[in-house]
Design a protein around this ligand. Structure first.
Ligand code: HEM
Length: 170
């Protein structure tokens, strides 16, 4: 099939709904989102509620607490990488076509906030500032799952538009 400017257009692409994600990518996104959320929650549980008593009777943090944070940082890097992967075909095209704009825009804001506050946690020197940044990071992170699910389940009237050359790569 000939597209604009006489270019050949793969007919499979012309039926792709804007922003539609192929199954494998969708599953990768779920795995990363669940991983980043669950490791954050596990760190919170271990940090605030789990203690071990050492041989001298002193309370110490559980060794797994540190590992949850390391796992969280690994999933976070994967989340930022996935965000970059989704940028051209899913986020930018979806925004232009007005598909799921309110929830997509909300999710974009949440991810941007978590990335910036997560980055700040590495470098803030002051204890007071760090602990506020931490609270502002994980409260938004906990609530972020709602925005994510909301984005998955809410459809808008613009969703069913077909993008002339939308790639089924999301
Ligand atoms: C795009 C998503 C996210 C990114 C990029 C991100 C990034 C980060 C980074 C870089 C850290 C510091 C890790 C370290 O000190 O080794 C961190 C810590 C943390 N994150 Fe996230 N995160 C994200 C999502 C979440 C979510 C969804 C939650 C909540 C369930 C969460 C809860 C936490 C907690 C509790 C900490 C430890 C805070 C502290 O050390 O005081 N994060 N995050």
């Amino acid at each position: 099939m000939a597209g604009a400017g006489g270019r050949k257009v793969n007919p499979r692409r012309t039926i792709a709904r804007v922003g539609a994600l192929p199954t494998r990518r969708r599953l990768n996104i779920y795995a990363i989102a669940i991983g980043v959320w669950v490791t954050g929650v596990l760190w919170l549980i271990y940090h605030y509620f789990v203690r071990i008593i050492d041989n001298f009777g002193f309370e110490n943090s559980h060794p797994l607490e540190q590992w949850w944070l390391i796992a969280h940082a690994i999933f976070s890097f994967a989340a930022v990488w996935m965000f970059g992967v989704l940028w051209p075909n899913h986020i930018k095209k979806g925004w232009k076509m007005k598909a799921r704009r309110p929830t997509g825009g909300g999710l974009f804001g949440v991810i941007l906030w978590l990335t910036l506050t997560g980055l700040a946690l590495y470098y803030i020197g002051s204890d007071a500032w760090r602990s506020w940044t931490s609270i502002l990071h994980w409260t938004v992170g906990l609530a972020g799952i709602v925005v994510f699910i909301w984005h998955l389940v809410t459809r808008t009237s613009h969703d069913d538009k077909e993008h002339p050359e939308a790639e089924a790569t999301g």
